[in-house]
Design a binder for this molecule. Structure first.
Ligand code: PGA
Length: 266
């Protein structure tokens, strides 16, 4: 019998069964996630491990961050040892710009919740073009050095993007400079006002995200219903980067009723 020629080895998508929780409101969902992640941070501390969090920006995580600030103020929850890596940053954009994700994180979370600036990492929006590749490799290496991301919080774009991994991004992609999709720039434009939204961003790759041990994907509002449906029930495809989460063994989808409107849930 003739042997069949070797096929190039392609990763075989294996579908996992995700957990999907739907809450009456974004605020109730955010409180649940804030409590759950804080409890996991404590659990890790109890076994002598410093928690490593992957963090998003945008409207989606704002209430979670507000609750974490509240835990710090009212329950003396200590975030100072937690290590964080942000998903992305605009490029080129200085940290001092009020549109930067550095500014967002400092204002909404790191400052008021008492994170230690030595433990918080965000891609540098002002890194010189010639140094971007090296900067991205160092970002990946820094994540590896601390043992990888324990808990990754994510939002999802209306086009299914994760971080700035726009449709067309490979599931094997690492941290890199990317062109932003027009829909991403249009949605960001109102908050930039007169200033033009940058054309590029530096983002963790999909493979970086998929290597996290535990993922919480948060999506709120009717505008996210298509993306949520396509990511959870569509085929695993580069047209919907969120669909690659179907290959991750430990994803919790945390939705409000509007974002879950197109799902067939039991
Ligand atoms: P949003 O953005 O949280 O502002 O809706 C999420 C995303 O585009 O990933």
């Amino acid at each position: 019998m003739l042997g069949s020629p070797d096929l190039p080895s392609l990763p075989i998508p294996s579908k996992s069964v995700p957990t999907v929780k739907v809450y009456p409101s974004a605020d109730e969902a955010s409180l649940a996630v804030a409590n759950q992640v804080a409890a996991e941070v404590k659990q890790l501390e109890l076994v002598g491990k410093t928690a490593v969090l992957g963090l998003p920006t945008g409207a989606t995580p704002e209430a979670v961050y507000r609750y974490w600030c509240q835990f710090h103020k009212e329950r003396a929850f200590h975030w100072g040892k937690v290590i964080t890596f942000n998903l992305d940053e605009y490029w080129p954009l200085p940290k001092s710009s009020k549109h930067s994700y550095h500014y967002f994180m400092e204002q909404r979370l790191f400052g008021p919740a008492g994170f230690d600036p030595r433990n918080t990492f965000i891609p540098d929006g002002m890194i010189a073009k010639a140094q971007i590749d090296e900067h991205c490799r160092s970002y990946e290496a820094a994540i590896e050095r601390v043992g990888g991301i324990d808990i990754q919080l994510l939002g999802i774009g209306i086009n299914g993007h994760l971080g700035f991994n726009e449709p067309g991004s490979s599931h094997q992609s690492a941290t890199r400079l990317v062109d932003l999709a027009e829909t991403t720039r249009e949605r960001a434009q109102p908050s930039f006002g007169e200033t033009e939204v940058p054309r590029y961003g530096i983002t963790m790759g999909l493979s970086t995200i998929l290597r996290s041990r535990h993922v919480y994907l948060l999506a709120f509002g009717a505008a996210k219903a298509d993306a949520v449906h396509c990511a959870l029930h569509g085929s695993i495809d580069i047209d919907c980067p969120g669909s690659f989460l179907q290959q991750h063994p430990n994803v919790h989808w945390v939705l409000d009723t509007a974002a879950a409107a197109q799902l067939e849930l039991a």
